[in-house]
Design a binder for this molecule. Structure first.
Ligand SMILES: *[C@@H]1O[C@H](CO)[C@@H](O)[C@H](O)[C@H]1NC(C)=O
Ligand SMILES: *[C@@H]1O[C@H](CO)[C@@H](O)[C@H](O)[C@H]1NC(C)=O
Ligand SMILES: *[C@@H]1O[C@H](CO)[C@@H](O)[C@H](O)[C@H]1NC(C)=O
Ligand SMILES: *[C@@H]1O[C@H](CO)[C@@H](O)[C@H](O)[C@H]1NC(C)=O
Length: 602
């Protein structure tokens, strides 16, 4: 089957070259600098430990604004919303050889098509390169990534980076772990670049991949107790109605699990787990992709990685699995390795690798995140757009919503005002991911730790307008001022998240958290993709337009429980969508009946 790509016309030319540029040599005032982003204080538990040693260099990544501002967003909706009116031609191969018109839903973009959509205007490249030349940066040190909308400038001495960005790079240490990074609390760009550059990294992003609060909490025992309220794959497959489904497209379908911060999967633990809890599953395996030398070592398993792999396998076996092991400290910054300095943000780094790959798993599960306010706005926006690129390519990206209810800690804003506000988590608030909250008990109620609420960065996406307004009607004035009513609400869906039984280091361990629910929902989605593939239909891709549309009927609405935090009772689970359990928990059989079928039959 082939799709004939109808090229997207750029309705709005955002960037125009100055009219007189041909006559007068192009010379903006590079010294007229304006702040791009600045924190009022050093974020959270980081402290400055001074200047980096002389001679240190840094690789700067510059996100350029795309030529057509809305092209990616429009394309995502056209291919992900089963009810979108846009149609494309498609060719039915021999013997029929006819060209038919079908809705564009499911006609996912290739890597190259996405690259074209997000490409910057040639003039944007010209301006940025002129600026780099002005500062004596050699063109041989500049390369493009992410299909052309990021520039990477390698080997920039820190003094030069300070000059380019009006910055003051210093070494910062994280109190909890002693992780050391090179960052600046603020940076600026020449005024002439502000309309062309989205963000520069690494600059003011202080988020740490090592924040311990996102680890699943649990305890170990050496023998399984007789209590029957523990969660196992059998419990989940029965509760979510997927027991009888036999995967039929394992030649094409694949599910991906990400592992950050030195979390590795033990093959032996997986084998024992499957023998105990999926006795029908023999020889469970997974492919490991070691992203930039993570030091992958299955003999030193992490409970998070074991949990994620054991539950996607438990739900979706025999669907092939891939584990992306992302190094947290991927680049050694200091030539003599005296101080372990990390220049990589794992999300950006991971996405950089993912967006470069031709073949990706159709479903990806990630149990990792942090407070949205610890991510600079521009950084979060750029990372979120890269998740959108995966969506446009037909990948379902699932993220844990977090384990802090409406907010952890003292919930104070980090902008210097100290105002108390609910604290949403990122990437869960990115509108291009599907965020998974938590439930507990049978019959199901909301788990009190299930993170949910509203972004302070991302506007409310169109697919959830009715759902969120329906919730506000029930909420009334409660918590007014503590959350942002105009923005993206999360989570989107939920699943069981407590008393999960795993095998870790050859022993039983019980875990809770949205780290548990995310691989479960990812497993269910992967089975639905399997069904679509087995019927020669496109996979589900970016899920949310379908979830909030026809698929609503396929979820068990959770209507009791709440997610306290920030000194409040939090939000309540109510009929319909709510920022505790989203649309509810999946019912596989009902969802099967609601799957879109965009391929015309003749
Ligand atoms: C270019 O990169 C090399 C290798 O990292 C580095 O030694 C050199 O200083 C860089 N030059 C500039 C102008 O950044
Ligand atoms: C961090 O460094 C301090 C001082 O050097 C030391 O006392 C502490 O044990 C270190 N913490 C960790 C987690 O390595
Ligand atoms: C991964 O390594 C390659 C080769 O060393 C490098 O070009 C790339 O920038 C690295 N990416 C990340 C995310 O570290
Ligand atoms: C509320 O969210 C919007 C995005 O939907 C954002 O632009 C705005 O700054 C947020 N307001 C506050 C006070 O954070």
């Amino acid at each position: 089957m082939h799709y004939l790509w109808l090229s997207v016309l750029c309705a709005l030319v955002v960037i125009t070259r100055p009219l007189d540029s041909a006559a007068t040599p192009f010379a903006p005032n590079w010294n007229n600098m304006h702040t791009k982003h600045r924190w009022n204080a050093i974020p959270g538990k980081w402290e400055s430990i001074g200047q980096p040693p002389v001679g240190i260099t840094i690789d700067l990544r510059i996100a350029l604004k795309p030529h057509c501002e809305h092209a990616l967003t429009d394309a995502i909706y056209e291919v992900s919303n089963p009810n979108h009116p846009k149609h494309v031609l498609f060719f039915v191969p021999p013997p029929t050889q006819v060209t038919l018109l079908r809705c564009r839903y499911g006609a996912y973009l290739s890597k190259e098509q996405v690259a074209k959509l997000v490409a910057p205007h040639p003039y944007t490249l010209e301006v940025v390169e002129a600026w780099l030349r002005h500062h004596g940066v050699s063109p041989s040190n500049v390369s493009t990534t992410h299909g052309g909308n990021w520039l990477t400038v390698t080997g920039v001495p820190v003094s030069k980076a300070n000059e380019l960005l009006g910055a003051s790079y210093q070494l910062y240490r994280y109190a909890g772990t002693n992780e050391t990074i090179l960052r600046t609390v603020g940076y600026a760009l020449p005024v002439a670049l502000h309309t062309h550059v989205q963000t520069v990294a690494p600059t003011t992003y202080f988020g740490s991949p090592l924040t311990p609060r996102e680890r699943p909490r649990g305890h170990r025992v050496s023998a399984l107790s007789t209590r029957d309220d523990h969660v196992t794959p059998a419990v989940l497959r029965s509760l979510y109605n997927s027991v009888t489904y036999q995967p039929a497209a394992t030649e094409q379908n694949m599910i991906g699990v990400t592992g950050f911060s030195g979390q590795y999967v033990s093959d032996e633990d997986l084998e024992l787990f499957m023998a105990l809890f999926r006795s029908d599953a023999n020889d469970p395996t997974f492919l490991v992709i070691d992203v930039n030398d993570s030091g992958y070592d299955p003999s030193k398993p992490g409970s998070e990685a074991n949990l994620d792999m054991q539950y996607t396998q438990g739900m979706a076996w025999p669907t092939p699995h891939v584990f992306y092991s992302m190094g947290g400290v991927a680049e050694e910054f200091i030539p003599d390795s005296f101080i372990p300095v990390n220049t990589n943000e794992p999300f950006l780094g991971w996405l950089e690798v993912m967006t470069r790959l031709e073949d990706l798993p159709q479903t990806i599960s990630t149990s990792y995140g942090g407070d949205e306010q610890t991510f600079p706005r521009d950084y979060a926006t750029s990372v979120c757009e890269l998740f959108g690129q995966l969506g446009a390519r037909g990948i379902s990206v699932l993220f844990a919503s977090g384990d802090e209810g409406v907010g952890g800690g003292d919930c104070r804003k980090n902008d210097g005002t100290g105002v108390v506000q609910f604290q949403p988590g990122f990437p869960a608030t990115c509108p291009w991911v599907t965020s998974v909250g938590g439930t507990m008990r049978r019959p199901e109620v909301a788990a009190p730790f299930s993170s949910g609420g509203f972004s302070n960065v991302f506007k409310r996406p169109i697919y959830q307008t009715d759902a969120v307004l329906g919730f506000f009607e029930q909420l009334g004035k409660q918590h007014a001022g503590l959350y942002n009513a105009s923005s993206r609400g999360f989570p989107d869906v939920s699943a069981q998240a407590r008393r999960f039984t795993i095998i870790h280091d050859n022993e039983f361990m019980f875990l809770r958290g949205t780290s548990c629910s995310t691989p479960v929902v990812a497993g269910i989605i992967s089975l639905l993709n399997d069904y679509q593939l087995s019927k020669n239909r496109p996979v589900l891709g970016f899920l949310n337009p379908w979830l909030y549309g026809t698929a609503i009927q396929g979820f068990n609405d959770i209507t009791s429980g709440s997610n306290p935090g920030c000194g409040t009772d939090g939000f309540s689970a109510v009929p319909g969508w709510d920022p505790v359990t989203g649309l509810g928990t999946p019912d596989f059989q009902r969802l099967l009946d609601l799957l879109p079928n965009p391929i015309p039959t003749n």
